[in-house]
Every structure is written in structure tokens, then in C-alpha cells.
Design a protein around this ligand. Structure first.
Ligand code: HEM
Length: 391
């Protein structure tokens, strides 16, 4: 009897005879469903009796994307499941970092493989393009599920031909899409951030300490500009204005009303508390207890940025392929796609903008001693204080 897997990792001892095609063993092609996979390419040009060589590449590259989308969704569902818990075990946080990293690696491949498609000349594309209408990548339901699960809301989407995106899908896909609209990693991460310990710690409040420090820093800047004997009054006023604008920007971190206005305008997504927590984690990321949360913030930002990079690469490729022609899905083509590369489609927009609020380490308000000890895991021979659970 054959033992071991079809990929050569069997348990058979060296020198044992292994029957490679035994009836009760696993067979490579069957395990991978290759009969279905390799017969799932049906060029429309062939069906029309004018087979276009490059259509095979066009089909296979789309299928490859869809397979990778499936794997990304598989990873993302597990991350969402972890974040759905009220209290997330430390071990699970490591898993989140690991799975976000895997998604990142897959996305890099997805961005890179656009260049394979670019080996197809626009003239070669024209050999079969007319057979594809009205099908379009716009109808990639897995891509839309990915967007929904991450937290893109319908109100953020640009519409094609005044029709909501759902109108481009058949009933069975609409159902999947509607379900995915109710889940948002952004909102789950927001809740997790809101639970971050050390935003308040026995009378010490991060937002008050940070605000005081920032105001002191800017007051020092104002004093320096005002004292500058080599500057003209006009130049001084300009500099003071710029400092005041920066102060105002910082104030939006503490002012609920300003923050709400920014959320309404779409320039912020997270709650003010979640935003402050993300800032705390980023500023004090050197503290051991914040290492993993910081990696998670970075991983989510990377994932979001990769989607933007993919959108950009796809848009450039489409410009090259179609010029200013309209898309098979009925959009304005390149012009429509260019609009999707804007901030509107960035889910973790606040993580990009966090950098506006970073200040040099040397100016950071010190954390209270007890908080520092807890953040340090405190591994000593003496009884150590229990490390608090991760947010
Ligand atoms: C010759 C190659 C391609 C061309 C000319 C092309 C063209 C277009 C155009 C014009 C649109 C806008 C909708 C429309 O009017 O149809 C679009 C959307 C889209 N395409 Fe492609 N595409 C190509 C390859 C791909 C590939 C390989 C993928 C991988 C899955 C893909 C995925 C998408 C997605 C997800 C959208 C929706 C983007 C959004 O609305 O944000 N496309 N494509």
C-alpha cells in the first residue's frame, strides 16, 4: 500500500517500494482537482471561430487572481474571527501578525503579475475584446467581498451608470456581497483599539499629557520664531501662521466636535478614542507590550497600501491597453479607475495620517512608572506583576 502524501513527504522508510498510483492512496491530479482546473479555460474567441492566441493568458491570469483572492479571504476570515472576540488571547495576536504577513506576500505577487498581462499588446487584446462585453473585473465578487470585509462602505463607492455596485451581480453573488457588508475589520479593529490599556492609568491620561507636551513644543517654536532677529516681520508672521495651523491639526485629536466633522467629511474613519489609542501604540512602540499591537497596525496599513498599489498598477495597465476607450463593464475605463486610486478607497486612512502626530521620542511624555513596569513584562526572579491582557 502506498503511504505518504503525493508531494513526497510520505512516512515510508528509505528503500521501501511505494506504489505511486495505488487506488487507496492520494493521487496528485485528483487531490488538486486538476481535471476541473485545467479544463476551465474557455476562450470566447474560439467559440466564435476566430481563436485569439492571447485570450488564454487573459483567462489564466484572471483565474490566478481569483484563486489568490480566495486565499486572501481565507486568511482575512480568520483574522476577523480573532478580532470578533471581546478579549483577544496574546497567542492569537501573533497569529494575526503572521496571517497579515501572508496576505502581504500574496498581494506583492498580485501587483507584480500585472506585468505578465502587459506582454499582451493592445492589438492582441482587440482580437477578442469585443466578445467579452458586458463582463468586467468590476464583477469580481471576491474582490468586492474583500473590500467589504475590510470596511469599504457602499457610500464610499463611485457608481457606474448611476447603478449601485450590487446591480452588476447575479442573485447568488448579491447574497454573498450583502452578507459581507455586515462585517468590517475596520470596525472590529476600532473596538480593539478602544480597549487599549494605558490610555488612562491611575489618574494619568495619555491625551492630556500628550496635548500638554505638544502645546509646550509649539510654544517653544513660537518663541524661537518671535525672537529671531534675522527674520523679517512678514516671514515671522508666515512661520507663526504655519505653527498655529499645526497646533489646530493636533487639536483635532482631542476635540470631539472637530473629529466628528472630519469623519463626516470622510477624512477620518476611526472613533477619536481608537485614533488616540493607535497614536499611543505608535509613539510608545518600543515598549514590549506594544510590539505586537504595533505590528498589527503596520500590517493593516501595508495591506491597505498594497490594495492601493494594485489599483494603481491595474489602472496604468488599463490606460496602456485601452487609452480612453470605455470599459467592457460600461465605465469610462481609465478615468473611472483613476478615481478609485484616491483616499476614498483607503480603509485604514487614519493609520497613514498618524504620522502627522508623531513627535520625537526625546519629547514623549514619560509613562507612569507602574505602567512602564507592566509594559516591560517584568521578567525577574522576584514575583512579577501580572502583565495585563492585550487590548
Ligand atoms: C487587459 C486586461 C484588463 C483590462 C483592459 C481591464 C479593464 C478594466 C476596466 C475598464 C475596469 C472598469 C470597469 C469596466 O468598465 O469594465 C476594470 C475594473 C476592474 N478590473 Fe480590470 N482589466 C483588466 C485586467 C484585470 C485583471 C487581470 C484583474 C484581476 C482580477 C482585473 C480586476 C478588476 C477589478 C477588481 C475591477 C474593479 C475595480 C474597481 O471598481 O475598483 N482586471 N478593469
Amino acid at each position: 500500500m502506498a503511504s505518504g502524501c503525493p508531494f513526497g513527504h510520505g512516512a515510508a522508510a528509505a528503500g521501501d517500494h511505494v506504489d505511486p498510483i495505488s487506488d487507496d492512496g492520494v493521487y496528485y491530479a485528483e487531490y488538486l482537482g486538476l481535471d476541473k482546473l485545467l479544463t476551465a479555460q474557455h476562450p470566447a474567441s474560439a467559440a466564435h471561430g476566430v481563436e485569439a492566441h492571447d485570450e488564454m493568458l487573459f483567462i489564466i491570469i484572471h483565474q490566478t487572481y481569483e484563486l489568490w483572492f480566495k486565499q486572501i479571504l481565507h486568511e482575512l476570515h480568520s483574522v476577523i474571527q480573532i478580532f470578533s472576540q471581546d478579549r483577544i488571547p496574546e497567542k492569537a495576536m501573533g497569529l494575526v501578525v503572521h496571517r497579515l504577513k501572508r496576505i502581504d506576500e500574496i498581494q506583492r505577487i498580485l501587483i507584480d503579475q500585472i506585468s505578465i498581462l502587459e506582454t499582451m499588446h493592445p492589438l492582441d487584446f482587440l482580437d477578442f475584446r469585443s466578445f467579452l462585453t458586458p463582463a468586467s473585473g468590476f464583477q469580481s465578487f471576491q474582490f468586492r467581498i474583500l473590500e467589504n470585509l475590510l470596511g469599504i462602505e457602499s457610500k464610499h463607492r463611485f457608481q457606474l451608470q448611476k447603478t449601485a455596485y450590487l446591480g452588476y451581480f447575479k442573485a447568488e453573488h448579491q447574497e454573498l456581497l450583502r452578507k459581507s457588508e455586515h462585517i468590517s475589520l475596520l470596525r472590529l479593529v476600532e473596538k480593539w483599539l478602544e480597549r487599549t490599556p494605558f490610555l488612562e492609568f491611575e489618574g494619568w491620561r495619555f491625551k492630556d499629557e500628550f496635548r500638554r507636551t505638544v502645546l509646550q513644543m509649539h510654544q517653544a517654536d513660537r518663541d524661537r520664531v518671535s525672537r529671531d532677529a534675522h527674520s523679517t516681520e512678514e516671514h515671522k508672521n508666515l512661520q507663526l501662521q504655519m505653527i498655529d495651523q499645526t497646533i489646530e491639526q493636533f487639536e483635532s485629536l482631542f476635540d470631539e466636535e472637530k473629529h466628528a466633522e472630519m469623519v463626516a467629511a470622510g477624512t477620518r474613519r476611526l472613533s477619536i478614542r481608537a485614533l488616540q489609542a493607535a497614536l499611543l501604540i505608535s509613539l510608545y512602540r518600543d515598549e514590549p507590550l506594544f510590539h505586537v499591537p504595533f505590528q498589527i497596525l503596520t500590517g493593516l496599513l501595508q495591506l491597505d497600501e498594497n490594495i492601493s498599489l494594485w489599483r494603481f498598477r491595474h489602472t496604468q495597465m488599463v490606460h496602456r491597453m485601452l487609452g480612453s476607450k470605455i470599459g467592457t463593464g460600461g465605465s469610462s475605463g481609465y478615468r473611472y479607475l483613476k478615481s478609485t486610486t484616491s483616499d476614498r478607497y483607503k480603509v485604514f486612512l487614519d493609520f497613514y495620517n498618524l504620522s502627522s502626530f508623531l513627535i520625537p521620542r526625546s519629547h514623549l511624555p514619560p509613562l507612569p512608572l507602574e505602567a512602564r513596569e507592566q509594559l516591560d513584562f517584568y521578567f525577574t526572579m522576584a514575583a512579577s506583576p501580572a502583565a495585563p491582557a492585550t487590548p
